[in-house]
Design a protein around this ligand. Structure first.
Ligand code: HEM
Length: 399
């Protein structure tokens, strides 16, 4: 258990952790992957190659150290990370490996500052934090294992349908090979997919939002083809688009994620850009199925009509329910405005009189820069931060 002395030491070594910056994270991951290469099958090796993910773990450890006397401040982050970890099937024994390489990294990079007392304090602090994750993750694993249609670890699913939704987005319907039921999920959550792309050296795990309301028998994910399909970008999405066909099997981890629709009895505004429309499809379907009587508004922005996914699906729901939909194309192909869209970036001031600014709940998903802009616009209109919910694809960013 952490005592006051440990807490003082941890606080006094925060500058050490922060000043080491990228060198620390780079050393840590190199060390860990050379001693425990099996972990390359868990971590996103594309993120490792682009350096995108490396900082997340250390930022979280530093945030923990700073809040060591007020851990409640970290509850939201712990929940998000725990959900992410379960989607990689992270186990208690993995924490020992990470903890070992973390301590050895600190020792190797700062041998003088890393005294016996510092080592003891950091070991205790790490074990304490690790236990918080281990306990919450075990709780999530058990909940999913025991629920109807649930399981733990991977389960084999077959691609039963593959359908393009737009120029860059492809939907995959996944049905369990064992013919059993599938676990329900909260709309907005994602599914973990484990595959070995032909061009990859390792097993790769990725998360994709579930793009359909739960139905008990199968899942649908919708995947954007990213980049050039190299080791640096889009390795898995290119493999799924180009090589995975109907009848192929993939290993699937149970649905997870802390971004999901919560019924509040208030009007709802769903705001997406690009492939950020995927969790919104699940939410729209669910709201329609439940006959939500409060107003629902769907706002979407994308490059042009060719990259606009789920046009018909959304139109069917919106028309049947009499809900509002607004679309912005940054660079439309047809300039005649025939489909009632606006040209340019999403501009909420244009439609502010139609939005439930003072009491609605706002859900947004899309590229980070888009969401930063949306949050800024919503705040300028008077929407409180507590009514804005968002999901970042890939490594998390605070907006
Ligand atoms: C106390 C220890 C740990 C902390 C503080 C921590 C923190 C984090 C954070 C902040 C993220 C990013 C979450 C997000 O983007 O939403 C993350 C992701 C991840 N963590 Fe951990 N983690 C810990 C332990 C572990 C362990 C033991 C493993 C497995 C060996 C692990 C594997 C992963 C993986 C695979 C990801 C996703 C990264 C990617 O996409 O490359 N973590 N973790």
């Amino acid at each position: 258990m952490l005592n006051n002395n440990h807490i003082e030491i941890i606080k006094s070594t925060i500058p050490l952790l922060e000043s080491a910056g990228p060198a620390l994270t780079q050393h840590f991951y190199q060390r860990m992957f050379s001693h425990n290469p099996e972990l390359k099958d868990i971590f996103n090796m594309t993120h490792q190659k682009t350096g995108r993910q490396s900082v997340a773990l250390f930022e979280a450890v530093a945030a923990y150290a700073k809040n060591i006397e007020n851990l409640g401040a970290l509850a939201t982050a712990v929940e998000r990370i725990a959900h992410k970890h379960t989607s990689f099937n992270i186990k208690a024994e993995h924490y020992q490996i990470v903890g070992h390489h973390l301590i050895e990294t600190l020792r190797e990079l700062a041998p003088e500052a890393f005294t016996k007392e510092v080592e003891e304090a950091w070991t205790e602090a790490y074990l304490f934090l690790a236990q918080i994750f281990i306990d919450r993750e075990e709780e999530l694993y058990q909940l999913r294992e025991k629920a109807t249609g649930g399981w733990r670890g991977t389960r084999r699913f077959v691609v039963s349908e593959k359908r393009p939704e737009s120029e860059l987005v492809m939907s995959f319907v996944l049905t369990p090979e064992d013919g059993g039921k599938v676990l329900d999920y909260q709309v907005g959550q994602y599914l973990g997919i484990q595959v070995t792309p032909s061009k990859a050296d390792n097993v790769e795990i990725r998360q994709y939002s579930l793009s359909q309301a739960p139905n008990g028998s199968h899942y649908r994910i919708s995947v954007k083809k990213e980049g050039k399909g190299t080791e640096q970008q889009g390795l898995v999405s290119h493999y799924l688009h180009d090589e995975v066909e109907v009848g192929h099997a993939v290993d699937v981890l149970p649905p997870a994620g802390d971004f999901f629709y919560q019924e509040s009895g208030k009007p709802v505004v769903l705001i997406s850009a690009g492939v950020g429309c995927t969790p919104m499809q699940a939410m729209l379907q669910k709201l329609a199925e439940e006959n939500k009587t409060d107003p629902v508004t769907y706002l979407h922005a994308c490059e042009n009509e060719l990259q606009h996914s789920f046009i018909d699906e959304v139109e069917t729901i919106v028309a049947a329910k009499g809900w509002q939909q607004n679309v912005w194309y940054r660079s439309p192909v047809n300039l005649d405005g025939s489909n009632n869209s606006s040209v340019g970036l999403m501009d909420l001031a244009q439609i502010k009189d139609t939005l439930p600014i003072h009491f609605g709940e706002f859900y947004t998903c899309g590229p980070v820069a888009f969401m930063e802009n949306v949050v800024k616009q919503l705040e300028a209109l008077g929407v409180g931060r507590d009514r804005i919910h968002y999901e970042v694809f890939g490594p998390h960013a605070n907006l």
